[in-house]
Write a protein that binds this ligand. Structure first.
Ligand SMILES: Nc1ncnc2c1ncn2[C@@H]1O[C@H](COP(=O)(O)OP(=O)(O)O)[C@@H](O)[C@H]1O
Ligand SMILES: [Mg+2]
Length: 587
């Protein structure tokens, strides 16, 4: 927690100090009240009946009460200001930090956890700062002040008070040990629950289609029960705190009054009034002492949650992206060449090599087709080019330069990447296509034309200004793919990377799209991943990927002759005579 608080800026520190000052004022004014009470009592004892002095002290008490209330309001205001500014900055820092992450870090934390950390965890810290801090500050001030006053009175009262303090301390130690670990675990359980909830919503199609609601319910029930049991235990524990403090306080008051009554009985007539007034003052000091424990209780309740949240936030803030810009980035001439040299890749945290010794080169303006079964490593290979992940071995060269030697911004500005999963953002069609900066962008119309998307976009209400729902929920799979292709095309980059983006298109649209691409964006080096031979058969060269290794390369015809893996794929997709060689040349 303190580690996190070091991130406060000057303004926030000033607000914190102002809040602390106001808390001191609040406590000071509150504690001034018994002083006037004592003066009035003494006046009555001494037989003085001067009404002006009594009224005067009475007025002081009222003023103190108002001043304490005003200080409390000011302390509240400053602490809320400070906490909300601090959490705003924190959320911003977390956002930028996550933005700088490579996919490796995001995989590692998990999306659900990153969302809880940016929202719920920050709220916990904010609550603790806004409320817990004031109470934490108040507790010792009340305690020290009250303790300094209770000594020097009758021994029996002091002894009773110390027994009371001891009981409360034991209770606090016990509860802290019992409840705090449970409060700390709650965040982890909340994360698990939100993971199930997330899966349940994102996977709704699959769940419904497989009648798997029961399975999901079981998963949910399990996590929900774990969280509930933990919460119950923690709160039962913490719930005992306040009643115990109150009980101790009441017993203490009873003890002081009963023993006071005995003392008064035994005392002479002259002393009786003194003992009585001392007893009144003493009970007001013990009330302050109890107040300090109450404040401590509130602070202790908030602290463990905020402490865990702080740790989790710090984990995010201190994790450095494994992908960083070099100190002196190189910005090569746009040669349009792309090459892999002995590239191997293993996902962070796993042991299996997903790509093994992959080498190839593509010349400017040429098209490289990549085909392979699911899980053969095609997407992984594509992700290495814009440096979404870094290679484990070997080199990826773009325009003749290792991608790690270029700035990520520069590298990615050269690439138009349409990922396997078409991702659309909420906004208009135009917004989605014109997404991100580009040096020489095509117009939305041109891009939509090439991507064969004009027809359906024109039929949408509002055309290019039609709204796309979040995640493209109001579009079909093929329509989403075409918009995501249009977005890549519109950048008019040096390289196109299409990762199985044509899979949901019918053959006719697929062909028309490739023809338009070749005609209107000639000179752009293209990598075309597909599981469909039809899509890649015209490519200048085709790579066959099998379990992360290159199983063959060449033209369609060459591969049919020489590559068993390719022939196997072809057999499932093309007429038999073409695969066996009879149809050769009929492309
Ligand atoms: N984020 C990831 N973490 C760990 N393993 C992964 C990840 N993404 C993919 N893989 C694994 O890498 C292999 C290749 O996946 P991928 O490149 O997506 O294949 P393809 O695109 O050819 O279907 C698969 O075995 C898959 O399980
Ligand atoms: Mg893939």
């Amino acid at each position: 927690m303190f580690e996190l608080l070091k991130r406060m800026n000057r303004q926030e520190v000033i607000l914190l100090l102002l809040c602390a000052g106001m808390v001191v004022c609040q406590v000071g004014f509150t504690l001034q009240m018994p002083v006037y009470m004592e003066i009035i009592t003494e006046l009555v004892q001494s037989g003085s009946t001067d009404p002006t002095i009594v009224t005067q002290n009475g007025i002081y008490m009222v003023l103190c009460a108002f001043a304490a209330a005003a200080s409390a309001i000011a302390a509240h205001y400053f602490s809320v200001q400070m906490a909300s500014r601090f959490s705003r900055d924190l959320r911003r820092d977390i956002f930028y930090q996550i933005e700088s992450y490579s996919l490796a870090e995001i995989d590692d934390f998990s999306t659900a956890s990153l969302i809880t950390r940016s929202t719920n965890d920050v709220t916990q810290v904010q609550n603790c700062l806004a409320r817990g801090l004031r109470h934490t500050l108040m507790a010792p001030i009340y305690a020290i002040w009250a303790l300094s006053r209770i000594t020097g009175h009758y021994a029996i009262w002091t002894q009773l008070t110390f027994i009371g303090i001891l009981v409360m301390c034991c209770m606090i130690v016990f509860l802290v040990r019992y409840a705090h670990p449970r409060l700390r675990r709650r965040q982890e359980y909340t994360d698990n629950l939100s993971r199930v909830l997330r899966e349940n919503l994102t996977g709704i199609y699959v769940i419904r289609a497989n009648n798997a609601e029961k399975l999901q319910e079981e998963k949910f029930e399990k996590e929900n029960t774990v969280l509930t049991v933990n919460e119950r235990k923690a709160h039962h524990g913490m719930g005992l705190m306040r009643p115990t403090i109150q009980l101790t306080s009441n017993l203490l008051a009873a003890g002081i009054y009963v023993s006071g009554a005995y003392l008064i009985q035994q005392a002479g007539a002259a002393e009786q009034l003194t003992i009585f007034s001392e007893m009144i003052a003493f009970t007001s000091y013990t009330a302050n002492l109890i107040q300090s424990f109450m404040n401590m209780n509130i602070a202790l309740n908030m602290y463990p949650r905020a402490a865990v949240s702080s740790e989790r936030i710090l984990e995010v803030l201190s994790r450095q992206s494994t992908i960083k810009d070099p100190a002196r980035p190189v910005s090569p001439e746009p040669l349009g060449t792309l090459a892999f040299q002995h590239v191997s890749f293993t996902y962070p945290g796993t042991h299996q090599e997903v790509l093994k010794d992959v080498s190839f080169a593509v010349e400017k303006g040429k098209t490289l087709g990549i085909i392979g079964s699911t899980g053969s490593g095609k997407t992984t290979l594509m992700n290495l080019i814009p440096r979404l992940y870094d290679v484990s071995g070997g080199t990826v060269l773009v325009d003749g330069v290792d991608v790690r030697a270029m700035s990520q911004q520069d590298l990615r500005s050269r690439i138009g990447y349409a990922s396997q999963q078409a991702v659309l953002l909420s906004g208009t069609v135009d917004y989605n296509v014109q997404y991100g900066p580009s040096k020489q962008p095509l117009s939305t119309k041109e891009a939509l034309d090439i991507a064969q998307a004009s027809e359906f976009v024109d039929s949408m209400p509002g055309g290019q200004q039609a709204e796309v729902a979040r995640g493209g929920a109001n579009l079909s799979g093929g329509q989403k793919q075409r918009l995501s292709i249009a977005r890549a095309v519109r950048r008019h980059p040096e390289f196109y990377l299409f990762d199985d983006t044509f899979s949901a298109l019918d053959y006719k649209t697929d062909r028309a799209l490739r023809t338009a691409l070749r005609k209107q964006t000639a000179g752009v080096t293209t990598i075309l991943v597909s599981q469909r031979i039809e899509t890649i058969r015209d490519a200048d060269e085709i790579l066959v990927l099998d379990q992360g290794q290159i199983a063959g390369r060449g033209s369609h015809a060459e591969l049919l002759r020489s590559c068993p893996v390719y022939r196997e794929i072809a057999r499932t997709q093309l007429p038999e005579e073409e695969v066996s060689g009879d149809g050769e040349g009929s492309l």
